[in-house]
Design a protein around this ligand. Structure first.
Ligand SMILES: [Cu+2]
Length: 148
């Protein structure tokens, strides 16, 4: 499992994600997770096309459910809001998924996320269709661990 994961990471790194007039996914990553807990994933999505697009749905065989969340501070309390209608990305714009903001929530994991592994995630866009991205699990220091 681990060897296969590393091989997939290398293949992904060897393929530049540049393409004109397309949706580009950059620097996908996820945090390690505790047993039974959900994991959070992050990435930068660039819309290099001339029209707005919407990230509608996210799926992966390793999780029962993957939701697109936005962390918001409501009266000083961090809350996660499920983006049920997806999140739109303006023409020529970007959507940054990062801690404390938009993120993918991986729920019902088959097994906890461990550093060094990588998981194939399928992103479904309204215009661009389906884009597969490999999300590596990366160690994060203490102190940056905001309420995803
Ligand atoms: Cu969340």
């Amino acid at each position: 499992m681990k060897i296969i994961s590393i091989a997939l990471v290398l293949v992904t790194l060897a393929l530049p994600c540049f393409a004109d007039n397309a949706i580009e996914i950059h620097q996908p990553w996820a945090r390690p997770s505790a047993p039974g807990a959900p994991a959070a994933g992050f990435m930068l999505i660039l819309n290099r096309t001339g029209s707005a697009d919407t990230l509608l749905d996210v799926s992966g065989s390793f999780a029962k459910r993957i939701e697109l969340h936005q962390s918001l501070s409501v009266d000083g309390v961090m809350k996660m809001v499920h983006q049920r209608k997806g999140v739109s990305i303006p023409a020529g714009g970007e959507l940054l998924l990062k801690p404390g903001s938009y993120h993918l929530m991986f729920m019902g994991l088959a097994q906890p996320f461990v550093v060094g592994e990588a998981y194939a995630v399928t992103l479904s866009f309204d215009q661009a269709g389906v884009i597969e991205v490999l999300v590596p699990v990366i160690a994060v220091e203490h102190g940056t661990d905001m309420a995803h």
